[in-house]
Design a protein around this ligand. Sequence first.
Ligand SMILES: [Zn+2]
Length: 439
Amino acid sequence: MLKAYGADVKLQDAMGSPRDRYDITTNKMPLNPQRAIAELKELHALTSDENGAQRVAWTDTWIKARDWFRTKWQDLPVEQHYDAAGNNYITLKGESEKALLLGSHLDSVPNGGWLDGSLGMLAGLEILRRFTEEYNGRPPITIRLVDWADEEGARFGRSLLGSSAFAGTHSIAADRVRTDRDGARLEDALRRCGVEIDRFPEAERERQNAAAYLELHIEQGPVLERLHLPLAVVLGTKGVERHAVTFHGQEAHSGSTPMNVRRDALAAAAKLALEIRPIAKKYSDAVSTMGSLKTFPGIVTAVVGRCETTLDQRDLDASVLAAMNQEARDASLRFAQEEGCTVEWSRIWSIEPVPFHPTLVQFCQKAIEETAGTSHSLPSGPLHDAAEVSRAGIPSVMMFVQSLGGISHNKIEDTREEHLAFAITALDKLATKTAQWIV
Ligand SMILES: [Zn+2]
């Protein structure tokens, strides 16, 4: 039997009041980025194999990572509990109940890297330690560190599972019957970890008193490295329009059908695949991807009668996203007509852009300038838990640190150690500014 997530396991029940067992004279813990980096390496050694990190949510290795994390805050005067969705909260109570939330995720994709998610957790812990020392275990406001459950959605295909429960934006009624590659159901995998899906809405209680949310993450892209900058403030997460676009033509024999009478569905799709690029390039941060293309009948001797493609478009500005989508639709109709085909669109999924809080964006910019001299701002293409927290109406912001080669979700994912140290220091400055703002 694994640990009972969802049950109100409170450390203080077993160990007395957290403050009673805390002694500031013996627990010196100023901010120490090098300690966080060493702990990141320790976690990686414990939970990776020759192919990379294996901390996939709801697996034994993930539980092992969480058990290891538990050993890291035993000396702090904090309270810990799991909420009804398996999110892990570590709370340093302050004079005020108003809380600053610092968060990230310990789970990884299969064969993942050593920094995605875990950097935010270990940096957050370092800041918890610093607040503990500076305020003798009782800061002016409450500081909470949260490890979101199943950010990656690697096993069941549902990302941001824990943070969507917090935000009340979850789709658990539809998600509960999802299965993994071996046919195991999401519902059963969660129950094995003590999480009952019917109690998911109770996770929204954690929003009480949450005044701001900060998240540090690796960039997972090449922009900062190309600019030779260590850090950036994230302006928000891009909205996504994801569609299936299918062209219908006429299957015909490849030998007997003259070129001028063909209704080639692939030809129309191929034109669209190229056209989405100049459409996206008109807007500075927009991206557009045709990630999948299937032809039918898909044999060497037949003109393609049906071509199924997928389109994924993203931008931080909702009006840009809408315009880009309309331009792609218009182009697809035009190409279908040129090739004697028809085209049909159906939405797979979409999410609106989530801009972060302007005051926190400013604080983050300042914190980066004070730490690294120059700041940069950019939107995030990938989604993050911070988007869910922000959608719940809690002022939020993220900070990115450079990724070497822009590579992530891979064992070669890496960031220079001096940049990691910058990131932890800048996040600490941001936390200080935010805490003063909350008071
Ligand atoms: Zn991540």
